[in-house]
Design a binder for this molecule. Sequence first.
Ligand code: GDP
Ligand code: IMO
Ligand code: MG
Length: 448
Amino acid sequence: MSNIVVLGVQWGDEGKGKIVDLLTEDADVVARYQGGHNAGHTVMVRNKQFILHLIPSGILHKGKKCIIGNGVVIHPRALIDEIEGLKKRRVTVGRNLFISGRAHVIMPYHTLLDGKHEEARGSQKIGTTGRGIGPAYVDKMSRTGFRMIDLLDSSSFKAKLKANLEDINFLLEKKYRQKKISANRIYNQYMKFADYLGPFVTDTVVLTNDLIDKGRNVLFEGAQGTLLDIDHGTYPFVTSSSASAGGVCTGLGVSPAKVDGIIGVMKAYTTRVGEGPFPTELQNSLGEELRARGGEYGATTGRARRCGWLDLVSLKHAIRINGFTGIALTKLDVLDGLDKLKVCTSYTYKDPANSCGCSKKGKPCKVTDMPQTVKVLDECEPVYKELDGWHKSTKGATKMKDLPKQARAYMDYISEALNVDIDLISTGQKRDEIIFVNRPFKKAKKKK
Ligand code: GDP
Ligand code: IMO
Ligand code: MG
């Protein structure tokens, strides 16, 4: 019995869905702890592709319990559509799915405001997924949000909705010149959602902790990635939740003492979707080539992902915050055929105002820790180490010895520079396109 976290190391889309699906084999329970339907987790089962948004990526395995924790924000319509979509494809969704009564609900005005706020930001827009995530978390923090359990108390829901809409409609009418939103329409719609989702709603804090106490293996599934974390990411170009390991405890009501292993899912290069600084971005034909080879288009919005080299400065930051016990390196196969690979080892920052606080006033300085502001990060130039690429295909490799020596050298370099083990190497989209160096649940159990 052991419990492990699987989360993204970069700006999301690292291949968490594939790794979670794979490790579900050794788990009894898979629990999501943050984010919402901004996430898009792709799982390939044989030749069938599934994209999960709110439902844990363990759902494709029979007999496993899937939990949506209190830290998640739920768009009821999106969740119902996802359940129905899976059922149509003969995936069992019923008594295996549990939704926290404490999870907050995305309301229609959250989605509307997400769009309006982005418009108002103009050139400073974040490039959100437009799913209402930010405004829903704002209401959670300002204590005006609805939780799933509140949907089950129709009269209180109606009264609070009317009160909330006074403020929302003021904003919509006066600032955004929009029509008022009708309380009755939302009420009727959300009461239907409540009828559908009510049977799934439970106290998942009790459930998750009971399962842990009974010795079940629990896999905590993160969405987004550490660099999109509200506290530790490239603020304000981040999402609004705690995507890093700390989010597990608040997002599921589980003690840190119950976490036995933390697997960071790391793409063999870097991608980012949406706006914000990205020092190692390749704004050239090589960047386009990586996008084409890696199929780097958003699983939720279809937007083209920005592509670039691996960045040790931001990876060290992610490692410091999460304390990974192992890495799952994904998409190694996408790098096949490149003559040379680059890895960013530090940044150079030229700062006439000396705002980085270092002693080299006015002269370029070497930056090895993640800058705290996007202004500084934006002006950082990456310093690269060049490594040899490989021409032999790694696609579908299942054994270390099948990898070209340059691919092994690339991974050794990363592992040593970051001082972390690479436990899994993914060499394709499919379940069996994987090299297990260590099995994370077994490794965590051994450590205990
Ligand atoms: P997530 O949000 O972290 O779950 O990642 P996404 O599903 O948004 O994006 C990852 C994409 O890469 C998906 O299309 C996966 O099917 C694909 N993928 C995952 N692992 C590998 C791999 O090792 N090689 C290749 N070529 N594709 C992969
Ligand atoms: P998965 O779980 C990649 C990005 C958006 C935007 C920023 C804020 O599939 O890795 P939001 O809608 O959350 O307010 O947008 O965060 N973003 C993601 N990028 N993968 C994701 O999820 C993301 N979820 C949000 O593009 O830059
Ligand atoms: Mg994704």
